[in-house]
Design a binder for this molecule. Structure first.
Ligand code: SAM
Ligand code: SF4
Length: 328
């Protein structure tokens, strides 16, 4: 799959549910209305969709959500996709909040998953409660232990928030690197209506980076994943530190990815409204001709780039959909 700007689309992120057992302040309102279950693709449909993308050249798949591990029987899907590793698929990964990892770490490894991203914004129990509203830090930490014991390589994703966790970044860095885990810092993106004020939460990573550079030696790294993260190597810890700065840095020129939601909506760009419905062609017939045509038509209109703007007066979202729907 090659888009109009010559970019090879080889990476698909699949959100398998919009539901979650946490209510992170930057991601969801506390009283979220979730999609009716009937709107969701079945696990079999999600598999068919993924296989169609693999047949078209997708080599890396990331399972996400909502919280992917709260979707009933999600391991069935992960096992079936894992069976494709080596025949078309190079890598199957997962992004999770870690709450269910104690239970799922070994089955994930057995299914062929080797790397996971765990989202963790703080090591302070009280702050963890404030940010996730419903989460239990000890369970997440036990989940990370279980993942590493099972042989999974863990990367920590931390959303940098102005008031809540900015001061903790050095401690998180030393903790993650001390355990052999990369750390990636993420700027909040203006997606979806949440209760809190985005402008209050927004923490530019350029400032964080400047602060860290006073304390550590940050060696430029050309390590790239095709995604928005830019990496440095922290000389004192030996670990890798990533920065995802969608609002202050343009990463679109090397974009290799598209995203599909749990209802089969394909988003060609995280920061644009344009989308393609793949559920109707998926359900139209048992064969893949209509689905293939719908995917081709969508890739042919992948936009050049995103255009996030926080409405500074109202602090409202630039896009109505939340990250839990598109899967981050
Ligand atoms: N529930 C899983 C988790 O938290 O890892 C997977 C889905 S979550 C939507 C994926 C990532 O998106 C998480 O790292 C989360 O911190 C991040 N995220 C959610 N809302 C965001 C926002 N408005 N801006 C920036 N990152 C966001
Ligand atoms: Fe759930 Fe992940 Fe959103 Fe937090 S960021 S509410 S864990 S989907």
């Amino acid at each position: 799959m090659i888009d109009p700007f010559g970019r090879h689309i080889s990476y698909l992120r699949v959100s398998v549910t919009d539901r979650c057992d946490f209510r992170c302040v930057y991601c969801m309102a506390e009283h979220m209305t979730f999609l009716p279950k009937a709107d969701l693709l079945t696990l079999e449909e999600l598999e068919r969709l993924c296989l169609a993308f693999i047949a078209k050249g997708v080599q890396r798949l990331r399972i996400t959500g909502g919280e992917p591990l709260v979707r009933k029987n999600v391991m069935q899907l992960i096992e079936r996709l894992g069976a494709r590793i080596g025949s078309g698929l190079n890598e199957l990964t997962l992004t999770t909040n870690g709450s269910q990892l104690e239970r799922f770490a070994r089955p994930l490894f057995a299914a062929g998953v080797r790397r996971i991203n765990v989202s963790l914004d703080t090591l302070n129990e009280k702050t963890f409660r404030t940010i996730t509203r419903w989460g239990d830090l000890d369970r997440v930490l036990a989940g990370i232990d279980a993942a590493q014991e099972a042989g999974l390589k863990v990367k920590i994703n931390m959303v940098a928030l102005k008031d809540l966790n900015r001061g903790e970044i050095p401690a998180m860095l030393e903790w993650a690197h001390g355990r052999g885990m990369d750390l990636t810092l993420i700027e909040t993106m203006p997606l979806g209506e949440v209760d809190a004020d985005r402008v209050e939460q927004y923490q530019p990573l350029s400032l964080v980076r400047a602060e860290l550079a006073r304390r550590y030696t940050l060696d430029e790294s050309d390590y790239r994943t095709g995604g928005p993260a830019r990496y440095v190597r922290v000389r004192e810890t030996g670990g890798r530190l990533g920065f995802i700065t969608p609002l202050t840095h343009n990463f679109c020129e090397s974009c290799n990815r598209v995203r599909v939601t749990c209802t089969g909506t394909l988003y060609m760009c995280l920061g644009q409204e344009d989308a393609a419905d793949l559920r109707a062609p998926l359900r139209a017939s048992a064969g893949d001709a209509e689905l293939d045509a719908a995917i081709d038509a969508a890739i042919a209109r992948k936009p050049r780039g995103h255009d996030f703007v926080i409405d500074r007066r109202h602090g409202g979202p630039a896009l109505a959909r939340t990250m839990s729907l598109t899967g981050g």
